[in-house]
Ligand binder design. Structure first.
Ligand code: UD1
Length: 310
């Protein structure tokens, strides 16, 4: 019997992961406080055990880990918005770093037989250094509480491997999009905001001239990467970019949406958002060497995303 624990499993990326995990795992435990996620994001399956709990509920987390002794642990729960982390640095630190460290240390101290632990970090750790593409060895420049905690927790996760022999791996997500990404928050990823605008015939606020570029990665490809890293023994005590290796400008993306929906997006033009980086692009050769091949270009991914919103 194989079991997995997914923190943040009711969120956007977590719920997409669980859709695949239930096919290959006998039991999937989900811990989510529903601060961002929705219970309805989870697929219907009697393999899923859902706990509406925060990962900062330490006595609960300890009991769960000791009682259930999961084989695989996916650490996806987080204050996921950079802007939110700037408003709430202490709470962000408690959730994004301390709670994850507590899980690692509970596994270490109790010598739990966890096969592998995966921590989700972010391209935000690279900060505003303009060198492209970003390689995992590129200097990091974390500029916000979100990025600082993501980077520091990466280091804890990797060094719990080096120091205590835990089998761990980290990922740096670039701009992930796809079904169940919540467009409600003003801090949502830009593709969910464009989808929301075009479907509801609302204006989309474009910051800048649309020439800024991002490495937009479809959530299905992200799930492929997570499962691959979990099952690849050589991917251990290390960090991997998860992206496509292709940059798209916002102007390109807007065209893709307009072509797919046969609608014109009403644009409200604003100056570039302060603190934004102009361009972002990942080097994915490290992950590709393990067999990762993104399956979705933006046109395909956006089409699937739009279909999911119908
Ligand atoms: C992401 C984070 C951001 C963080 C940055 C650090 C999210 C949603 N955003 O930003 O908080 O500072 O990583 O690496 O987590 N845009 C518009 N109109 C909108 C929203 C966005 O034109 O309504 C533009 C932005 O100005 C940006 C691009 O779209 O140029 C992408 O924005 P976003 O989806 O927020 O991603 P990042 O800029 O990568």
């Amino acid at each position: 019997m194989t079991t997995a624990l997914v923190t943040g499993g009711a969120g956007f990326i977590g719920s997409n992961l669980i859709e695949e995990l239930v096919k290959i795992t006998d039991k999937v435990m989900v811990v989510d406080d529903l601060s961002m996620g929705l219970k309805s994001n989870l697929p219907v399956s009697d393999k899923i055990i859902f706990y509406e709990k925060s990962i900062t509920d330490y006595s609960f987390m300890k009991r769960l880990l000791l009682d259930e002794r999961p084989d695989y642990v996916y650490l996806l729960a987080a204050v996921a918005s950079v802007a939110d982390s700037i408003d709430r640095p202490l709470e962000t630190h408690e959730i994004n770093q301390n709670a994850n460290l507590f899980i690692l240390d509970t596994i270490r101290v109790n010598k739990l037989p966890v096969k592998k632990i995966l921590f989700s970090s972010s391209a935000a750790v690279y900060g505003d250094d303009p060198t492209l593409p970003k390689v995992e060895t590129t200097m990091v420049r974390p500029l916000t509480p979100y990025a600082i905690d993501k980077f520091a927790t990466e280091r804890f996760v990797i060094d719990y491997g080096n120091l205590y022999g835990l089998n761990t791996v980290c990922v740096r997500f670039f701009n992930v999009y796809g079904p169940r990404q919540n467009p409600k928050s003003p801090y949502s990823g830009v593709l969910s905001l464009i989808s929301n605008a075009i479907i509801n015939d609302k204006q989309f606020t474009l910051f800048g001239d649309g020439s800024q570029t991002r490495d937009f990665v479809f959530v299905g490809d992200v799930v492929q990467a997570l499962l691959l890293l979990m099952k690849t023994p050589s991917a251990s005590h290390d960090v991997y970019n998860v992206a496509t290796g292709t940059a798209s400008s916002l102007a390109d993306i807007i065209q893709v949406f307009e072509k797919l929906t046969h609608k014109k997006i009403a644009l409200k033009l604003q100056p570039p958002r302060s603190g934004d980086i102009k361009d972002s692009l990942a080097d994915i050769s490290k992950l590709s060497k393990l067999g990762y091949q993104p399956q979705f270009d933006v046109e395909h991914g956006v089409a699937v995303y739009l279909e999911s919103l119908k």
